[in-house]
Design a protein around this ligand. Structure first.
Ligand SMILES: C[S@@+](CC[C@H](N)C(=O)[O-])C[C@H]1O[C@@H](n2cnc3c(N)ncnc32)[C@H](O)[C@@H]1O
Ligand SMILES: [Zn+2]
Length: 278
């Protein structure tokens, strides 16, 4: 009878297949894959969890993003709301003609973005990193052969020059770390909300200042050479179920009351920037 590997064994196999690309978050040495986790030459060791991820974050868990928010994001991804974004990014990566690229999603949340990207780019190697253990636990519950780490993007557990593409989707950035882990000529693909992103939710929250991403773009332009930029703006039809998930998936509405009628559609407005780090 064929034995199926546990989630932990599968994760260990995936990490072992890329031995040498993980870096110890304590001392910066290479991490090697051992029988039940990863360990550096200085004996800092980290177990791979039963659920199939490794926790390389050294600080305390805190933040706006809880398990319910990540479940809501998963629901919204499953409804296909971000499919046009996934297709655009898959095309941009394909156009670079990499031979099995190493793709890091820095701030991957519950992992649905990478999972959907894997459907387009099965030949790539994917690693999702997020500071939230709740997010990474949900990410690791997916079946796709993707590696998952709890880690801080300000201290990425990756060897210098190890990465072909960094995705940074609606998440904070750390450009000096991104520069360190990208190989020469590697690409950062950053996704930012546009002014009208989820405007139906913003309107129903009341008292929110209009959103502008000017400062974020300015900071990116200081640290990077922008190669191209695209806007993606479309409406998605919503029913009550999807609307509630969309309200719950955004930190905007945490601890705030969303009032008003159910809209028939919601605006997705995104800016996608491809850059090399300088
Ligand atoms: C709006 S969510 C986006 C998640 C995912 N990219 C998506 O589109 O569903 C922002 C994510 O950034 C993560 N994050 C915030 N600060 C971080 C840090 N310092 N290191 C790693 N992840 C971080 C949060 O935990 C959260 O999952
Ligand atoms: Zn170490």
């Amino acid at each position: 009878m064929k034995e199926t590997l546990s989630k932990k064994e599968q994760a260990l196999q995936r990490f072992a297949a890329h031995n040498g690309f993980l870096r110890c978050p304590v001392c910066g040495d290479d991490l090697s894959v051992m029988a039940s986790g990863v360990c550096c030459g200085q004996k800092h060791s980290f177990d791979v969890a039963r659920k199939g991820y490794v926790n390389l974050f050294l600080g305390q868990q805190k933040g706006l993003y809880d398990a319910d928010l990540f479940r809501a994001r998963q629901h919204v991804f499953r409804a296909g709301i971000f499919d046009p974004l996934v297709s655009l990014i898959a095309n941009w990566i394909r156009e670079q003609n990499y031979h099995s690229p190493f793709v890091l999603d820095a701030g991957c949340g519950e992992g649905s973005f990478l999972v959907r990207l894997y459907e387009h780019l099965g030949e790539a190697t994917f690693l999702g990193v997020d500071i939230s253990r709740d997010g990474i636990r949900q990410a690791a519950s997916h079946c796709e052969p993707i590696m998952w780490c709890v880690a801080d993007l300000a201290n990425l557990p990756l060897a210098t020059g190890s990465t072909d593409v960094i995705l940074n989707v609606l998440s904070p950035a750390n450009y000096s770390e991104f520069k360190r882990v990208l190989r020469s000529g590697g690409r950062l693909i950053k996704v930012l909300p546009g002014e009208e992103y989820l405007q139906e939710i913003r309107q129903r929250l009341g008292g929110l200042a209009p959103y502008s991403n000017d400062e974020v773009v300015e900071k990116l332009e200081e640290k990077a050479n922008v190669r191209r930029s695209s806007m993606l703006c479309y409406q998605v039809d919503v029913d009550l179920d999807l609307w509630q998930a969309m309200v719950q998936m955004t930190p905007l509405s945490q601890h705030r009351q969303v009032s008003g009628d159910l809209p028939t559609s919601v605006t997705i407005d995104l800016q996608i920037i491809e850059a090399t780090l300088v």
